[in-house]
Write a protein that binds this ligand. Structure first.
Ligand code: CP
Length: 301
């Protein structure tokens, strides 16, 4: 069985295959029926709009049965362990999409569940998001070759995944965070190792202007992730990290601005830039559907 817990669970060639196939599915949404007769559990321990809807609709369009399961509606919330949950679910389900607070919990589930497990966001990674973003960039620029990306904001699960994706795909990925909010050392380590083979380059900085210089894509995300809502003072540390017109001036002339949503306008991005690039941003959201369907087609072969 094949899981998708990290973007690097696919090869570079498979990522390219998935994003190209996603483009085909975008034109003919019911053309792939590879989930016919399959039941896919969608376990969400945290709220979601895009990920839940895109998987639920995607499984349906591919002929499968999506089963949306909240954390609180299962015995997981009453202490049944993930090992037994995985073994029981193997008896009913063909695949699982899971959003948890803890990456190790998702890894545990993948160990004990017999079918493919797809990571729909953990505290460490958000690979489905980056797959759709790579599709969006490919559609906009016609290639991923030589693309330079600047991620501005919190060194969170999206930033970690961007670094690994950069290493895998041979991209230039610059990440600018405030001091103390750098990406995970584990993600940086994996990205650096992947870069040795791919020719990718990564840069970590505390200076947004340095990160953005001559890049094709400026990417940002929420400053306060789900589960960190108590950290009110955190936003104070992010002054100067708002993606605005002045920052965009330092990027390439044809640069686009991306945001994986939900957006907090006036914090990580100005309302003005959000609206200027809303066609790209909502395309990213739509591409979650197509990229995840293409991914499922590969994993459930
Ligand atoms: N970008 C993203 O994962 O959105 P949701 O949290 O709404 O799924």
């Amino acid at each position: 069985k094949r899981d998708f817990l990290n973007i690097s669970d696919l090869t570079k060639e498979e990522v390219l295959e998935v994003i190209k196939y996603a483009g085909k599915l975008k034109k003919d949404r019911f053309s792939d029926q590879s989930l016919k007769g399959k039941s896919i559990g969608l376990i969400f321990m945290k709220p979601s709009t895009r990920t839940r809807l895109s998987f639920e609709v995607g499984v349906y369009q591919m002929g499968g049965q999506p089963l949306y399961i909240t954390g609180s509606s299962t015995q997981l919330s009453r202490g049944e362990d993930i090992k037994d949950t995985g073994r029981v679910m193997s008896r009913y389900l063909d695949g699982i999409v899971i959003r948890t607070y803890s990456h190790s919990e998702t890894e545990q589930l993948a160990k004990y569940f017999d079918g493919p497990v797809i990571n729909a966001l953990t505290d460490y990674l958000h690979p489905c998001q980056i797959l759709a973003d790579l599709q969006t960039i490919y559609e906009r620029f016609g290639t991923l070759k030589g693309i330079k990306i600047a991620y501005i904001g919190d060194g969170n699960n999206v930033a970690n995944t961007w670094l690994i994706a950069g290493g895998l795909m041979g991209l230039n990925v610059n990440v600018a965070t405030p001091e103390g909010y750098e990406p995970s050392g584990k993600a940086v380590y994996e990205a650096v190792n992947l870069c040795k083979n791919s020719g990718g380059k990564i840069l970590l900085t505390n200076d947004p202007v340095e990160a953005v210089k001559d890049t094709d894509v400026i990417y940002t995300d929420v400053w306060v992730s789900m589960g960190q809502e108590g950290e009110k003072e955190k936003k104070e540390h992010f002054r100067g990290f708002t993606v605005d017109r002045e920052l965009l001036r330092h990027a390439s002339k044809k640069a686009i601005v991306m945001h994986c949503l939900p957006a907090h306008k006036g914090e990580e991005i100005t309302e003005e830039l959000f609206e200027q690039f809303s066609d790209v941003i909502f395309e990213q959201a739509e591409n979650r559907l197509h990229a995840q369907k293409a991914l499922m087609s590969l994993l459930f072969k």
